[in-house]
Design a protein around this ligand. Structure first.
Ligand code: MG
Length: 158
C-alpha cells in the first residue's frame, strides 16, 4: 500500500464572472462566489485527484489533465476523478480511502458534506471523506484551499 498527499488552491472570480458556478466536491453552490480555473475549479476534487495520483506514482493532475489542453476547459472534475480511478485500476491500484480538508469561510461545508462524500466516493471508486475548516480570520480570504491524503492498495482490480 502507498499513501499520497494532494493540495490545491483556486482564487475567487470577480463577482460578475459570467457563467461560472462554485463547485466543491461535485456539489454546486449557485449564488456563492465562484472560483477561477481552467476546468470547473473544483479544488476538493483536484486535491483528491492529486493525492490518488501521487499515491499510485502516476504523476499529478497537471500531467494527466494539462491546462494547455482545450479538452479540459470547463471540465467536470468529478469526471476527471472517475478517469483517475480508471488509471489507478489500470496500474493495479485501488483506492482504500481518501480524506480531504477544505479551508474556506464560505460556503459552510457541513450541510453539504454527505452529498460531497457520496459524489467523490462514487467517482473515486472508494470512500472519500470531507471536512470543512474555517480560516478563523487568518486569511485565505482570496480563494479556497484543499488538502487531501489518499491510501491506495495494490493487487486488486475494480
Ligand atoms: Mg485545481
Amino acid at each position: 500500500m502507498r499513501v499520497g498527499h494532494g493540495y490545491d488552491a483556486h482564487p475567487f472570480a470577480d463577482a460578475d464572472a459570467s457563467g461560472r458556478i462554485l463547485v466543491l466536491g461535485g456539489v454546486r453552490f449557485p449564488g456563492e462566489l465562484p472560483l477561477v480555473g481552467h476546468s470547473d475549479a473544483d479544488v476538493v476534487a483536484h486535491a483528491v485527484i492529486d493525492a490518488m495520483l501521487s499515491a499510485a506514482g502516476l504523476g499529478d493532475i497537471g500531467t494527466q489533465f494539462p491546462d494547455s489542453d482545450e479538452r479540459w476547459r470547463g471540465a467536470d472534475s468529478i469526471e476527471m476523478l472517475r478517469q483517475v480511478s480508471a488509471l489507478l485500476a489500470e496500474g493495479g491500484w485501488m483506492l482504500a480511502n481518501a480524506d480531504c480538508t477544505v479551508i474556506c469561510d464560505r460556503p459552510m461545508i457541513a450541510p453539504h458534506r454527505d452529498q460531497m462524500q457520496e459524489r467523490l466516493s462514487c467517482a473515486a471508486g472508494g470512500p472519500v471523506t470531507v471536512c470543512g475548516k474555517r480560516t478563523e480570520g487568518l486569511g485565505v480570504s482570496g480563494g479556497i484551499v484543499a488538502h487531501a491524503v489518499a491510501l491506495v492498495v495494490a493487487g486488486r482490480q475494480q
